[in-house]
Design a protein around this ligand. Structure first.
Ligand code: ZN
Length: 775
């Protein structure tokens, strides 16, 4: 993704980005967020970390003190309230939801997932054309419906310009007549601006094209690089500042089809068919006059180059474990120049003047490149090999490749004819997949670029600001619970404990939405420069992209503002831990039932959103999070002894989950859960549950025992806690989707996201009076 590309690993709960650029599946929303935040100004972070630790420790102490003082009063109160029932509207609703979800015929000690979700699974069938249904997807659908409704309203001066922009963009995206009327004209204009796509015209000459100038211009217009990727983001070794990263590019198509290394393989033939269909369409539309036979030759040469490019890149599998010592290679500008010069390019195609190239890119944002600029190169060997490859490649092939990649980059904003060609290619590669409706597609496209404007409308209508206050308190309680568990642990030594406590205390929280989006002036300022009309779909997105890219480039010279680095838009149902900034984020979209509900039992809130908060906190200490310190720097803060114990515990989790099986996938490779791929999430799930229950116990100690829920009087509030923990995971999935998740996902299937942590929880076993081998 755009932010720092591969140098930046975002540990979070986002669906995995698949190895493709063009399949029309749901993509992460984070691409442009940093850029937008930058537009509203910058406040230098003043994290007084030591002070925070001190305050947190004092809070822990005071909770402990309080526990002692209130114990006697509570014994009396407890006897009076123990069996009373909460009859508020919120309690009745929450009880009804839990009852609907449960299957009380199941034995909670035997199969808690069935016990908590059996009813839900029966009632919630997978909608036609979908791969599954879950609590997350239901909330997603609800938010999408809200957004579509406000998109259908007329523009009004009562709304900010940014919000009216979103309606324009959505309307234009849906206006298929206007899109069809323009046809491929917008694409041709782009291709012409780079000297025309050689294979589509009969009179192309080399002097029309300089790949360096074209690449710089494409980078600062579209935000992408096709031969290498230049980006700027927080410097992982000094997270207060940003730095330029140079990385290998995204290939634009799945790498596996190119690695087959053979022009006659089935997938490469599919790719050939796709390119040739598009090239013939462009040629005919512009009357370019290129002969079919020449186009075939050009495509073959270009695919060969694409294959060569794929083969000099480091495989994604080798980049998935974030090995900083391998990918963090700081160069000065001079050193980088010497490095690529040492590849000994013999003709001009392989030569790159880095100062000139970076200056070309950053000039659009009025950022000048310093002679002593620091540049982090993630794959230095790749750059050298690229220079050698370019040196041996004709200008025509490079020009064909860059133009083709421009086509791929823009193809989904074009007319039906080209979109059908792209979808057909995807289907040939991946097999049939559900294509989203135009409405859903347009909504997502607009959300990706205008997410804070949409978020402003969403929170204005659907979010109670008090939730922010309540969440702040819960996060504090979860951090305290985490810290007390660290203090209680018998496998960490004192030195490591202090470092862990400091890291937890320094963890920055982002709740709901940034306040600036509720202020019309700052919201308009954030999107100032985007021009939209209701019938110019292609141009609207070009305008938004250019604006975002420019903003993002300006970030290079900003100090990191830890108070305003939102990595998600508000109307998103998810939660995140971001290791580089040691931050946790809970967008407004997830702060609603079944995760959180104002006026519900604290047992329900702590069991659901409380465990999510704990989950994100624990990510700071999982198999990846343990590598970074309180400021997100990759520094080992563990003593050797404690680290050895940590590895043992990690292995225990891997073994436990690897033993789980999915009966419905018995005949497949996905029969067993992949305990290794999912270890980080499993550590977070286990930690999250434990911390949330400790926090809930502290809550009860401070506030007294809670009432029971109507209709569920036979369950204690503690049992309601565990039920609420489980019900947020209820889901139904098609076998194909489940198999995909087991083979490639980082999350364990939901059944074991419930059963795994509960079977490790003494608290659960005690409160459900289960034998120790449960559930
Ligand atoms: Zn997670």
């Amino acid at each position: 993704m755009e932010i720092g590309t591969s140098a930046v690993t975002l540990v979070c709960d986002l669906p995995e980005e698949k190895d493709t650029k063009i399949k029309r599946s749901r993509k992460a929303f984070l691409i442009w967020v940093g850029a937008v935040v930058g537009a509203v100004g910058f406040v230098i972070a003043t994290g007084l970390l030591a002070d925070q630790v001190f305050r947190l420790r004092k809070q822990i102490d005071s909770v402990n003190g309080e526990l002692f003082e209130i114990r006697f009063d509570q014994q009396v109160q407890r006897r009076n309230e123990e069996n009373s029932v909460c009859l508020t509207k919120e309690c009745i609703l929450s009880a009804a939801t839990l009852m609907e979800s449960m299957d009380e015929s199941a034995d909670p000690c035997d199969d808690f997932y069935q016990f908590a979700c059996g009813g839900w699974q029966k009632k919630n069938v997978i909608p036609h054309g979908h791969e599954g249904i879950s609590q997350f997807s239901i909330l997603d659908g609800r938010i999408d419906r809200f957004i579509k409704e406000f998109f259908l309203e007329y523009n009004t001066e009562l709304d900010s310009k940014a919000i009216n922009n979103t309606r324009d963009m959505y309307d234009a995206c849906l206006d298929l007549n206007a899109v069809e009327e323009l046809g491929i004209t917008p694409l041709v204009k782009i291709l012409d601006s780079f000297g025309q796509w050689p294979m589509t015209v009969s009179n192309w000459t080399e002097d029309r094209f300089d790949w360096r100038k074209a690449s710089a211009s494409i980078r600062n217009t579209f935000g992408v690089g096709f031969l290498f990727q230049v980006s700027n983001f927080v410097d992982v070794n000094d997270t207060d500042l940003s730095v330029i990263y140079v990385d290998q590019p995204s290939l634009g198509v799945p790498s596996f089809i190119l690695r087959e290394n053979n022009l006659t393989s089935a997938h490469v033939m599919d790719y050939f068919t796709f390119i040739s269909a598009v090239a013939l369409t462009v040629r005919d539309a512009i009357g370019g006059g290129a002969y079919d036979i020449d186009i075939v030759k050009d495509i073959e040469d270009m695919i060969s180059f694409h294959i060569d490019l794929a083969n000099i890149m480091t495989l994604n599998e080798h980049r998935s474990d974030w090995n900083l010592s391998r990918i963090y290679n700081p160069f000065s500008l001079d050193e980088l120049q010497m490095w690529t010069d040492s590849a000994n390019a013999t003709n001009s195609m392989g030569q790159i003047n880095w100062y000139e190239h970076l200056t070309d890119i950053y000039s659009i944002a009025d950022v000048s490149i310093n002679p002593d600029e620091k540049i982090v190169v993630t794959e230095p060997e790749y750059l050298k090999k690229l220079v050698q490859l370019l040196d041996q490649t004709s200008p025509r092939v490079i020009a064909n490749f860059i133009h083709w990649r421009l086509v791929l980059e823009n193809i989904y904003d074009l007319n039906d004819e080209l979109m059908i060609m792209a979808d057909a290619f995807d289907e040939a590669i991946y097999g049939p997949f559900p294509i989203p409706s135009r409405e859903d597609w347009c909504l997502e496209r607009v959300h990706v670029v205008m997410g804070f404007a949409i978020g402003a409308k969403y929170v204005e209508d659907s979010f109670d600001p008090q939730t922010k206050v309540d969440m702040k308190e819960m996060i504090l309680n979860l951090k305290m619970a985490f810290s007390s568990l660290v203090e209680d642990s018998n496998w960490m030594d004192k030195e490591t404990k202090i470092n862990a406590l400091e890291k937890a205390a320094a963890m920055k929280e982002y709740i709901g939405y940034p306040d600036w989006i509720t202020n019309r002036t700052t919201l308009e300022l954030a999107y100032h420069g985007i021009n939209t009309k209701q019938d110019t779909h292609f141009d609207n997105f070009q305008s938004a992209k250019r604006f975002m890219v420019k903003n993002n480039l300006r970030f290079l010279r900003f100090r990191t503002n830890r108070d305003n680095l939102w990595i998600s838009f508000p109307a998103v149902v998810n939660a995140f831990y971001y290791p580089m900034l040691n931050s946790i984020t809970f967008p407004a979209g997830i702060l609603q039932p079944p995760f959180y509900g104002k006026g519900r039992l604290a047992a329900s809130n702590y069991g659901a959103i409380g465990a999510v908060i704990g989950h994100e906190i624990t990510h700071g200490f999982d198999d990846e999070g343990y590598k970074t310190d309180k400021k997100g720097h990759e520094i080992s803060w563990w003593t050797n002894h404690t680290l050895t114990e940590f590895y043992k515990k990690k292995q225990c989790i891997i073994d436990q989950y690897s033993n789980y099986t999915l009966l419905e996938l018995k005949e497949t490779d996905a029969f067993h859960v992949n305990g290794s791929n999912t270890q980080g999430e499993n550590i977070a799930d286990n930690g999250g549950l434990r911390e949330a229950f400790r926090a809930y116990q502290n809550y009860v100690a401070r506030n007294g025992p809670e009432k029971r829920l109507p209709g569920l009087e036979h369950y204690t509030p503690e049992q309601i806690f565990f039920l609420s923990f489980a019900t947020v995971e209820c889901s139904n999935e098609s076998p194909e989707s489940l198999e995909d998740q087991v083979l490639f996902g980082v999350h364990t299937p939901s059944r074991y996201r419930v059963i795994g942590p509960l079977s490790n929880s003494d608290d659960f076993i005690q409160h459900f009076k289960c034998p120790t081998s449960s559930p």
